[in-house]
Structure formats: structure tokens, C-alpha cells
Design a protein around this ligand. Structure first.
Ligand code: PMP
Ligand code: GLU
Length: 432
């Protein structure tokens, strides 16, 4: 009798047979491996904040390192109160702490939602890489709603309505990620109101993944939850705005009408991870309290991201790529279709081949559009413009008057690897 050693084996549950590690995580590990082999690699694959955790939050973690107890499953009450206050302040929505759920990353909370909610998942694409695999792992149906670059990849109300017309009674959840990973694009308030009206009329639950909302370049964010409070769960956490992805702390905030979902998720949590790390929850209280230091940190982080994102967009457009303007976050999603013939002549017919060849020839790591639910032959990819020393950039920007833009020279000095990666990419394209 031999033991199987292949992950396609029939001994695995059918929903995970052949499942590969998530592309975001896999690209990071591949980059580290290539660097260890001595290759010069530009890490625009994994979407990880370049900025350090703000000092006052690190200090709070240090002060609570001794906290060792299991916490309440839904999270520490004082933290849930702060999350509720943060949502009121930042998003203008009122959420009772009873309906706030803390988890080890919002990714885990999304997985719990898929486990407990017996309905179909609707995903406008491009969609963040993990939504669809999570649904498949637990055996839920997924419907991809393709959007168009001409609409800046926004879900149009008429397309949403059409998707619901088939089997209108079916329970459904729509994940709306605003600002978007991978495009950086956001929705205006009228558009959100129209989508919310349609969802409300059909009883569709909205999962508003607003994890990048505090990295909106303008500092202002309108949540779709304001238009459909009774039907929306808002997802967030520390990973992006607080630079603390590896701390693993995510939040769900729900209305009383969806309290049953939060309770079901908490029951599953109690049988799986029990509670989120105690010291991290204590430090998160400090983070969600906000205050002047955090506002200045965010102001400076946004200023850097807006300038760098703007510079890359302009540079890529000059190289004949189509790129939507990002409203927040640290991603761009260029479309290479104007170069399709030249790329085909180099044997590149898919986003996957595009990414692989780009990495091979230039050392620039990105993720293909296909892992965001786009058709495999569409020549799109995601750039995460995060490969720079955020601590150094923050210190430099502090001393730069607001009136002075972060120009090419500043970006080259402080975000040099990203600038170099974009120059390599455009030279590589031109050489074809
Ligand atoms: N949603 C989006 C759009 C993301 O990019 C990420 C990546 N971190 C997550 C959710 C999950 O974040 P976390 O689990 O770190 O809260
Ligand atoms: N959200 C990040 C990204 O899109 C990575 C973290 C993760 O996948 O958990 O690249």
C-alpha cells in the first residue's frame, strides 16, 4: 500500500483537488526564491503596503505583548466599539458593536461568509483573486459579471439587473470592492445609489469590501452602505491603511438585519480559530481610535501613492497601454491590447504568458489578468506599485511642502525600484 503524493489525488475533497496556492502569495514566494538565486527582481506582484505600521500602534502592541488569554469569539468589546466609531467617522454609517466581527484578516472573514451563506456569489471582474476560489472551496456557485475597460471596469446597473433577472428569487451576495483591487478605480455616489437600489429590490446582500477606502487619494470615501444600510456588510481591517498585513486583523461590520449572518460566522469561528490574537486586538484599538499622528501618516501615504500611481499611469499611456486612473490603493491594471500583434510575434497570446515572459526578460513581477477573472487571452496584468522603502519615503515627504509636487526626480529618488521597473517594462515592450 503506498501513500499518494500528488495534490490531484482522489483522496482530496473534490472542491480542493488541484487547488494551487493563491497567486498573490505564490508570486511573493517565487520572487524571494529568484532573489535568493541572485536575480534582480522588482516585486510588483504581491499587494502589500510599503509603509511601516505607525509608531503609536507598534507601541500599543509592545505594551500588550503579555496579553495571553483567548478573547471573545467576535472580538474584544472595546475594539468592536472603536471599529464602530471608526465606521461612523470615516464612512458615516452607524454599526452597533454587537454586529462587528473581528477575525484574523478580512480574507478569513470572507471565507466564513462563504461557509455560512447558502447562496450564489456575484463577482464583477476584474475581482480580487481570492473571492472566487473561496466560494469554490465551499462548493458555492459563482457568477462572474464581466465589465469593460470603456466603463473603467465598473459594474453597470443594467448588467447587474440583467444578471439578477435569471432566477430572481435565488439568494445572492455581491462583492463590491471599492476602491478596486486590481484597478484602483472607484464608484461615484450616484452609481453606488443605483446599484444599491437594484440590490435592495432583489434582496441581494452586499459585501462592501472597502479595505482600501482609507487609502483614497482624496481622503474622502462614500460607502455603498449609506444607500443600503440594511443589506450591506462592510469589510475592512488593518492590512492596507495601517501597513499591517502580516498582523492579520480584519473586520466585518453589519446592520442588525444581518446579525444572523454574523452570529453564524461567529459560531463557525468558535469551532475553528477561536479568536484573533490578543495583543494584535489590543494594538488595533489604538489604530481604530485614530488621532493626529495617524491622520498625518495617512495624508503622507496618500500623497506618495497618488503621485506614484499618477506617474506610472502617464508613463504607461505614453507607451500605448490603456490604464484607468486609480482613485486609491496601490494597484494599476494596464491593458496591452494595442501591442497584441507584436506580443503574438513573440509567442505571447495570454495574460499568463505576458507575465511570465516579462518576469523572465526584465525581472518585473506582476500578476496576470486571468487570476482576477478576466478571459485568459485578454492582455491585462496587475501592477502593485509597492516595491519601495515606505518608511524612508514618509520621512522625506514630511519635509516637502504641500505646494511642491512629488515630481519625477522625487519619485526616482524615493520610489526608485518602481520607477526602474516601469522603465524596464516600457523598454521591453518597445524592443518587441
Ligand atoms: N480584499 C482585498 C481587495 C484585498 O486586496 C485583500 C488583500 N489583503 C483582502 C481583502 C484581504 O486582506 P486581509 O485578509 O489582510 O484583511
Ligand atoms: N491582498 C494582497 C494582494 O492582492 C495580498 C494579500 C493576500 O492575498 O492575502 O496582492
Amino acid at each position: 500500500m503506498s501513500y499518494p503524493h500528488d495534490h490531484t489525488t482522489a483522496l482530496l475533497s473534490p472542491t480542493v483537488r488541484g487547488l494551487e496556492p493563491s497567486p498573490t502569495v505564490a508570486t511573493n514566494e517565487r520572487c524571494e526564491q529568484l532573489r535568493a538565486e541572485g536575480r534582480e527582481i522588482f516585486k510588483l506582484g504581491l499587494g502589500q503596503s510599503p509603509f511601516p505600521v505607525p509608531p503609536s500602534v507598534v507601541e500599543a502592541l509592545r505594551a500588550h505583548a503579555h496579553r495571553r488569554e483567548y478573547m471573545a469569539v467576535k472580538g474584544l468589546w472595546a475594539l468592536r466599539e472603536e471599529v464602530s466609531a471608526h465606521h461612523r467617522r470615516r464612512l458615516g454609517i452607524s454599526v452597533h458593536p454587537d454586529h462587528v466581527l473581528i477575525g484574523p484578516g478580512s480574507k478569513e472573514l470572507m471565507f466564513l461568509l462563504q461557509v455560512v451563506f447558502a447562496g450564489e456569489l456575484l463577482l464583477p471582474t476584474p475581482a480580487w483573486v481570492s473571492y472566487e476560489p473561496q466560494a469554490r472551496i465551499v462548493g458555492r456557485g459563482v457568477r462572474l459579471l464581466q465589465t469593460r475597460i470603456e466603463d473603467e471596469y465598473r459594474l453597470l446597473p443594467e448588467d447587474f439587473e440583467r444578471a439578477l433577472a435569471r432566477d430572481p428569487q435565488r439568494p445572492r451576495v455581491l462583492i463590491l470592492n471599492d476602491p478596486s483591487n486590481p484597478t484602483g478605480v472607484s464608484y461615484d455616489d450616484d452609481h453606488l445609489a443605483r446599484l444599491a437600489e437594484i440590490a435592495g429590490r432583489h434582496g441581494v446582500i452586499l459585501l462592501a469590501d472597502e479595505i482600501y477606502s482609507d487609502l483614497r487619494f482624496t481622503g474622502e470615501h462614500r460607502s455603498i452602505a449609506r444607500h443600503l444600510p440594511q443589506g450591506t456588510i462592510v469589510s475592512g481591517g488593518l492590512s492596507k491603511w495601517c501597513g499591517a498585513g502580516g498582523w492579520r486583523l480584519g473586520t466585518f461590520a453589519a446592520p442588525p438585519s444581518l446579525g444572523w449572518l454574523i452570529e453564524a460566522m461567529a459560531a463557525v469561528a468558535s469551532e475553528t480559530f477561536t479568536s484573533t490574537s490578543a495583543p494584535i486586538q489590543m494594538a488595533a484599538i489604538r489604530a481604530f481610535q485614530g488621532g493626529t499622528d495617524l491622520e498625518l501618516y495617512l495624508r503622507d501615504a496618500r500623497r506618495i501613492l497618488a503621485a506614484l500611481g499618477g506617474w506610472i499611469t502617464a508613463r504607461l499611456r505614453r507607451a500605448d497601454l490603456r490604464v484607468c486612473e486609480a482613485a486609491g490603493g496601490f494597484y494599476l491594471f494596464p491593458d496591452f491590447s494595442a501591442h497584441a500583434a507584436a506580443l503574438a510575434a513573440r509567442g505571447i497570446h495570454s495574460s499568463d504568458a505576458l507575465c511570465r515572459q516579462l518576469l523572465e526578460d526584465t525581472g518585473v513581477a506582476t500578476l496576470p489578468g486571468s487570476v482576477f477573472g478576466r478571459p485568459p487571452e485578454e492582455l491585462t496584468l496587475r501592477l502593485a506599485f509597492v516595491d519601495f522603502d515606505g518608511a524612508r519615503a514618509l520621512t522625506a515627504v514630511e519635509h516637502r511642502p504641500q505646494a511642491e509636487p512629488l515630481d519625477d526626480a522625487w519619485l526616482t529618488e524615493h520610489c526608485g525600484a518602481v520607477v526602474a521597473a516601469i522603465e524596464r517594462l516600457t523598454r521591453w515592450l518597445a524592443a518587441g
